[in-house]
Design a protein around this ligand. Structure first.
Ligand code: AMP
Length: 283
């Protein structure tokens, strides 16, 4: 397929393109409407702020953040389609590096010190050991290569969003992190590249993650909300990893103020996560 969007693959090409200061939207490809909403947000932001380099999308399936190698192997990939979608969304360049550009042989790419929100909550940190080490490593490295002024991350991965924000602050990086709202299917299922792996039966049952978050909304106490979420997931035959209400910003136990309901569950061999504001969950 002939594609017109500018594709950058190496550090030299990045430097020559002069995109430092751009708005970066990091992805692992297999782009769906959720990614495209973030990308459109990035394009609009770069235009509004006159960002040098405009909006750049990175596409890289990062091996170091997969705690299960089979998950990495079967992760959906469709480079030609991704480039066409980026072009259609008006991005200025796509950074699509080979693994050896991100992790040059013989070079130790450092893993930044993990902030407490990446180690204490017992959520993704506990259920995907090594995941946030890999995420922080690759995001830090992408920032070093691309040198964005702004980076857009989805609220879909709420703990990740907080982890990246904390890492940027701790490292004193001159990068603003912009959150983007979660885009959902008609039944409320959060869009995810992994949804393509759901068989028809699991796809129907996967809608219960959103149903669980909605069931938690308006329930007065965190423990009751957590029980309500588990009930919905159990009834749908999903295997729940966690269904909790936490402080929205620290992910520690909820006391007062803004909370977040967060769920992780397996549907037909596919691990899904979602979250929503609490007690307004499901707005
Ligand atoms: P991924 O390709 O899964 O690493 O995701 C790339 C970015 O897209 C991350 O910042 C995700 O949080 C974000 N994202 C994934 N799914 C959605 C969604 N359904 N709505 C909005 N953003 C999303």
């Amino acid at each position: 397929m002939l594609v017109g969007v500018r594709v950058l693959r190496t550090e030299t090409e990045l430097r020559e393109a002069g995109i430092a200061g751009c708005v970066l939207v990091p992805t692992m490809g297999a782009l769906h409407e959720g990614h495209l909403a973030l990308i459109r947000q990035g394009v609009a932001l770069s235009r509004a702020e006159g960002s040098p380099g405009g909006c750049v999308v990175s596409i890289f399936v990062n091996p170091t953040q997969f705690n299960d190698p089979r998950d990495f192997d079967r992760y959906p990939r469709d480079a030609a389609r991704d480039l066409a979608l980026c072009e259609g969304a008006g991005v200025d360049a796509v950074f699509q590096p080979a693994p050896e550009v991100v992790y040059p042989p013989g070079v130790e790419v450092p893993v930044p010190a993990l902030p407490p929100v990446a180690t204490r909550p017992g959520l993704e940190d506990a259920h995907r050991p090594g995941h946030f080490e890999g995420v922080c490593q690759v995001v830090r490295r992408l920032f070093e290569l691309v040198r964005p002024g702004v980076a857009v991350f989805g609220e879909k991965d709420w703990q990740q969003l907080l982890v990246i924000g904390s890492m940027v602050e701790a490292e004193g990086l001159p990068i603003r992190i912009e959150p983007g709202p979660t885009v959902r299917e008609a039944d409320g299922l959060a869009m995810s590249s992994r949804n393509a792996l759901l068989d028809p039966d699991a796809r129907v049952r996967a809608g219960s993650l959103w149903a669980a978050l909605r069931a938690a909304g308006g329930v007065g106490r965190p423990e009751e909300a957590e029980r309500a979420m588990r009930r919905v997931l159990d009834e749908a035959g999903l295997e729940t990893e966690y269904a909790v209400v936490r402080d929205a910003w620290t992910l520690e136990a909820y006391r007062a103020g803004e909370g977040r309901a967060l769920v992780a569950a397996w549907a037909g061999g596919v691990r899904l996560i979602d979250n929503a504001p609490w007690p307004r969950a499901g707005d």
